[in-house]
Design a binder for this molecule. Sequence first.
Ligand code: GDP
Length: 331
Amino acid sequence: LGSIGSESKPRIVLMGLRRSGKSSISKVVFHKLSPNETLFLESTSKVVKDDISNSSFVQFQIWDFPGQIDFFDPAFDSDHIFGGCGALIFVIDAQDDYRDALVRLHQTVTRAYQVNQSIKFEVFIHKVDGLTDDRKIEAQRDIHQHATEDLSDAGLEGIHLSFYLTSIYDHSIFEAFSRVVQKLIPQLPTLENLLNILISNSGIEKAFLFDVVSKIYIATDSSPVDMQSYELCCDMIDVVIDVSCIYGLRDDVDGTAYDQHSLSIIRLNNGTILYLREVNRFLALVCLLREDVFERQGLIEYNFHCFREAIQEVFDIRRKAMMATPSSASA
Ligand code: GDP
């Protein structure tokens, strides 16, 4: 399945004031930059179309507000930007005075809503690594209150904003991105259902369907997610990709570090097995299971093949449906 059409991929736009952390977020999530390296990034001063659509399940763009972008400026084509956009992430630097950011948030949300009422509005209260737990809660409460008050003062109670506490120095940014992306996947209930069937028939404890490049999980089974398991699975992806890059590529073949043969099993000394397997060009299944269950590896392999076929069907049906309906982008 190399062909999840770009029209059926979740489209995300990242906005916020200059220095709020947008390019750092995109570099850390989509380009494997380590958080410390973002200290030397040049600040974004214009629109950056970060084209990751060839390597990721997710499509996204960054828009910056260096102060001079004006929504009423004809150069800023709101219809184009907001029209086809699934989610708008607005990044607020929580370590800074955020009054200006709140004003920008309000302007951005109201303009975007005029163009596209089905947009999901996501607010990342960012750089919270520098804040104590009390200050995090306080910042979230304060920002939430001001932002929703501004909207209701403008008679726009109908607009819903979601808030996330994020930092590039831990997994919170990946977790927040995962929740944003999941809202945009119409097949989510089906994917969850398939994962539930897979784990209950195989004795697996937890299973995630990952976008390999970004380590965003686009679905998981319905048992609760604990951050430790999620982090463990993220780390496994890094290990597998790194080992493949170092030892798996042959100079004479045009290969990639991740392909249809990608499979890895890691046995931890506490009796847990980590199991990673390619599902399609973008997605991998990563599971946690007990060592004794893994004695029935044949069963797991068989169930996995059924699972992979079902996933392909899910996206194929969607793609065909998208091709059958004419573009609905007209404003
Ligand atoms: P942009 O102008 O919105 O693209 O902002 P940048 O990505 O250039 O980030 C501005 C500064 O914020 C950089 O020095 C980053 O290292 C820093 N930064 C970004 N994210 C975080 C974070 O989660 N925590 C902390 N402490 N600093 C961050």
